[in-house]
Design a protein around this ligand. Structure first.
Ligand code: CTP
Ligand code: CA
Length: 226
């Protein structure tokens, strides 16, 4: 018995999830990164697999165990994450971009450890590629889901990212909300859809939230699957 489609609404679907921070190297011993724990993305991948999806989790460096039932691909930089995501994109039904991708990287990567000098210093930065926008620009049938962590006007910024990156869904949260954010086990988010629907969710555990978020998206996309 393989389960009914009600138990496994994502059976036969390929889902790509990205999670965690990226690391952008300065020299062999230093990098630029952020505080993303990867918990939300790992929870999304685990739930996608539980719901029957053939799931690939492309992860930056995090301190979390591999969720059961997923294929884990470990990457370091935004450039590596882009390359990996693109390699799975053509066959994907859905891409969920939970990763906190660095917006900038050092313009130069020094081959040797940089030595300190007297006085102040600067590091020149250049933009990384916006992975999600790249996917949005070449989208065919894929469903694209973004995340946006904001400190103010979360809904407003979320809506413009939804449009600018050609997404189908964006999950926004205000990281200053005491009910959730970077590193916490709980999160409080609003799901915005391309069609203009808004689903606000109360603060809950990230794995529970992953379940309701995916079920809401499934109900919007494939209403006959449950
Ligand atoms: N994202 C991405 N590639 C980047 C930057 C962001 O794929 N180089 C994705 C993130 O994974 C997330 C979404 O875009 O799903 C929104 O990320 P966010 O950092 O909130 O938006 P930015 O467009 O980078 O804008 P800003 O940081 O200025 O708010
Ligand atoms: Ca950003």
């Amino acid at each position: 018995f393989l389960g009914s489609t009600a138990d496994l609404p994502l059976l036969g679907k390929k889902i790509v999830v990205t999670a965690g921070p990226t690391r952008e190297r300065i020299d062999p011993v230093r990098y630029i990164s952020n505080f993303s724990s990867g918990k939300m993305g790992y929870a999304m991948a685990e739930v996608a697999a539980e719901l029957g999806a053939d799931t690939v989790l492309i992860s930056g460096p995090v301190d979390l165990p591999k969720p059961s039932g997923v294929k884990l691909v470990q990457v370091e930089s935004a450039a590596e994450m882009l390359e990996s995501v693109l390699s799975y994109y053509d066959d994907a039904s859905m891409v969920i971009k939970s990763a906190a991708v660095a917006d900038y990287r050092p313009k130069e990567q020094h081959a040797q450890k940089m030595k300190k000098k007297d006085g102040d210093s600067t590091i020149e930065l250049e933009r990384t590629t916006d992975i999600l926008k790249t996917l949005g620009d070449k989208k065919e049938k894929q469903i694209l889901v973004g995340f946006a962590a904001e400190t103010n006007d979360a809904i407003g910024y979320g809506k413009s990212k939804l449009t600018n990156k050609n997404l189908d869904y964006i999950i926004v949260n205000d990281v200053t909300d005491p009910g959730g954010g970077f590193g916490n086990d709980t999160n409080v988010v609003t799901l915005l859809t391309r069609k203009g629907n808004q689903y606000p969710f109360e603060s809950m555990q990230k794995n529970e939230l992953a379940k309701v978020l995916l079920k809401t998206i499934i109900a919007e996309e494939w209403p006959n699957s449950n």
